[in-house]
Unconditional design. Structure first.
Ligand code: GAR
Length: 226
């Protein structure tokens, strides 16, 4: 049990690279305020820095190298087999940069979350920070959403907003957004662990038993002390 007395939710985290969101989840779980048990960290890239972070934390890791599979469907089947071996209640995509097949997404309907560095539905895809500045937006941020078959699509659960400064650079903006991601994602996962959120059969997010009509705004929430 954690300090919140919520039973620890078994999760599997998928990564492709650096792993800073992974580290924020590890830190919050270690400090006992995030009620998860990270059963495994899986990467599609053998050289992902995040694999080292997971090993340093004593978490089992696995590599399912997409370049060893003839097509996306075969890769997704192998990945699904490896995930399900760990019997997670939730699959957490943390910088996992692969498009997923519809069958894979359907298998994890309502039990797979992703974090994306934009205020979805604005700016799905790559280079969101540069694109937000170039588009002249005054505001940017990050979103946590349930995963659907559309890239960076699916119902949005929560967002963190970050102001774009007049002389902002993509790197500076990305760093400020990333700080917010590290607060936003553990909180959203904790809501899931506490059964406060679920996705109904119509793709509607229910929050505390009521339909969520717009994403929760991190600025209005009490974040986890980790
Ligand atoms: C994060 O900014 C995450 O939001 C983004 O990749 C980065 C991973 O960083 N994800 C996407 O763009 C998904 N479309 P991390 O490996 O340090 O957590």
């Amino acid at each position: 049990m954690t300090t919140t007395e919520t039973p620890r939710l078994p999760i599997v985290i998928l990564i492709s690279g650096r792993g800073s969101n992974l580290q924020s989840i590890i830190d919050c779980a270690d400090s006992g305020v995030l009620s998860v048990n990270i059963r495994a960290v899986l990467s599609n890239r053998p050289d992902a820095e995040g694999l080292r972070l997971a090993r340093a934390a004593g978490i089992p890791t696995g590599v399912i190298d997409h370049s060893s599979y003839p097509d996306r469907a075969d890769f997704d089947r192998a990945l699904q087999g490896e995930i399900d071996r760990h019997q997670p209640g939730l699959v957490v995509l943390a910088g996992f940069m692969r498009l997923l097949t519809a069958g894979f997404v359907a298998h994890y309907h309502g039990r797979m979350l992703n974090i994306h560095p934009s205020l979805l539905p604005q700016l799905p895809g790559l280079y969101t920070h540069r694109r937000a500045i170039e588009a002249g937006y005054r505001e940017h941020g990050a979103s946590v959403h349930f995963v659907s078959a559309a890239m960076d699509g699916g119902p949005v659960l929560a967002q963190a907003r970050v102001a774009i400064e007049p002389d902002d650079t993509p790197d500076a903006l990305a760093a400020r957004v990333l700080q917010q991601e590290h607060r936003l994602y553990p909180l959203a996962i904790q809501w899931y662990a506490e059964h406060r959120i679920f996705l109904d059969d119509h793709g509607q997010i229910m929050f505390d038993g009521k339909p969520l009509t717009r994403p929760r705004d991190l600025a209005m929430e009490q974040t986890l002390p980790c």
